[in-house]
Design a protein. Structure first.
Length: 454
């Protein structure tokens, strides 16, 4: 027997995928509501029962691996020096670690910032600021403020290397749990994310999982639980080796996540790239754009024009409340599915506007020039959709088309003509988990089940 079980503890549903490791075939799938309010193992065993029913036999597996975004996933605060530079770099490190960035601060923490830190349930704080050999005052002052707060939250310092000793002394003298990583931006506009990212994931595995009770599942597993976004990032990493630009859109109940693979450098010779350099693998998370838990955040992002447009089709407030009040709500008819499609398309488009690069034209003494900020994703080869609403909606490709190039957003460098693919079996997280065991087989399964399916 060579069956491997892959477990995805979602904010709403726990999804199981049983794969024959040797033959690289899907043996069976099942899902059941995530029971994070009591014990996630209950939901896991419920899903196992359904899996047994689906395959018609006892579920036997040689190894099991899991990822989790239950209980809100990994929630972080990012603190930097300048909003456009080290603060943005710190934010990107958090996102690349599979976290949801709840709070972002720049400069010396204010009383208002401190209040927000106290009120939010943060798992890890990333403290950055200053290039190596640059400003030390801000990170030192912020370390003093954090030490006084005594939030009982691990702090990862990834700022100016010349301030490490002073920051370390301040935190250790106040008995604050802290870790030292390499500077997230050692030189101006140059990112260095790997050290801090690996450290954050290590803390997640060792501390955060157990503190939420999700660690009860560990006795059934052959490796530590990882954040679900890290599993999808693993898939993006596999795709990056194919040297073809890829975008993944994941619309969930709580967030809309966008992943892009490719550097997105300017396509035109007369275009200058400005701002912080873009990573090969980029992830953005929008906590105010979701289909259930954060559906009211979607409403606040709509223009009056969009609200009027939707209200002509259905009662917007009623449909928002229906989904907000019952996070396990499922469409019951064709009209419900159409409403889901509208909401999902808006989530995807708004989230993508925040992810994709833009281009602006300017007139100089030398004539017309162009300035690009962020990634140019116009030549995206594959556009992959995942998440409940995309997987289960019959018009899922129409949802994904909302991220394509648009006449009303001419400055956004959106995909022009990608191949649109759907992760119909919720396989991305399973493939990402498999890649930790065998990258070659994971890529083979990805090509077999998703890239070449349609």
């Amino acid at each position: 027997m060579s069956n491997y079980l892959f477990i995805d503890l979602g904010s709403t549903f726990t999804k199981l995928t049983l794969i024959d490791f040797d033959k690289l075939t899907i043996v069976g799938r099942a899902s059941s509501p995530t029971t994070v309010e009591t014990d996630v193992t209950t939901g896991f065993h419920n899903a196992l029962k359904l899996l047994r029913k689906n395959i018609g036999e006892v579920v036997n597996y040689e190894k099991a691996y899991a990822c989790s975004s239950a209980a809100g996933g990994l929630k972080m605060a990012a603190i930097g020096l300048v909003t456009e530079l080290t603060t943005e770099a710190a934010k990107r490190v958090c996102l690349g670690s599979g976290a949801k960035v709840e709070l972002v601060f720049s400069g010396i923490l204010t009383d208002s910032d401190v209040k927000k830190l106290k009120e939010n349930d943060i798992d890890i704080i990333l403290l950055a600021g200053g290039i190596d050999g640059g400003d030390k005052k801000t990170v030192i002052e912020n370390s003093k403020i954090l030490a006084r707060l005594n939030l009982n939250v691990p702090i990862v310092y990834a700022g100016n290397n010349k301030a490490i000793d002073e920051v370390g002394n301040i935190l250790s003298n106040n008995k604050i749990e802290f870790y030292i990583a390499e500077n997230v931006m050692p030189k101006l506009n140059k990112l260095n994310v790997l050290s801090a990212k690996n450290l954050i994931q290590k803390i997640f595995i060792e501390k955060i999982v157990d503190s939420k009770g999700i660690g009860n599942l560990s006795k059934y597993l052959d490796a530590p639980i990882i954040p679900t976004p890290v599993s999808v990032i693993n898939v993006a990493s596999l795709l990056s080796n194919m040297d073809e630009p890829v975008v993944i859109v994941d619309i969930g109940g709580a967030t809309t996540d966008i992943y892009s693979v490719g550097y997105g450098h300017p396509k035109r010779p007369d275009t200058a790239l400005i701002g912080l350099e873009e990573p090969l693998l980029k992830r953005t998370v929008e906590g105010d754009l979701g289909m259930r838990y954060s559906i009211k955040g979607l409403l606040s992002n709509l223009s009056e024009y969009d609200k009027d447009l939707l209200n002509n089709k259905f009662d917007l407030t009623l449909e928002i409340d229906k989904r907000n009040d019952n996070v396990f709500y499922l469409p019951e008819n064709k009209n419900d599915s159409l409403i889901e499609e509208h909401f999902a398309s808006l989530c995807a488009s708004i989230a993508f506007s925040r992810h994709v690069g833009t281009i602006e034209e300017a007139y100089t003494h030398g004539g017309l020039v162009y300035y690009q900020t962020g990634k140019d994703l116009t030549d995206t080869r594959y556009l992959i959709g995942t998440g409940g609403v995309i997987v289960n909606n019959s018009n899922n490709k129409e949802i994904l088309k909302s991220v394509l190039t648009r006449k009303d957003k001419p400055h956004e460098l959106r995909p022009v003509n990608p191949k649109i693919l759907i992760d119909k079996g919720y396989l991305l997280s399973a493939i990402g988990l498999l890649s930790q065991v065998d990258k070659k087989k994971a890529l083979e399964l990805l090509k077999k089940e998703i890239l070449k399916k349609e």
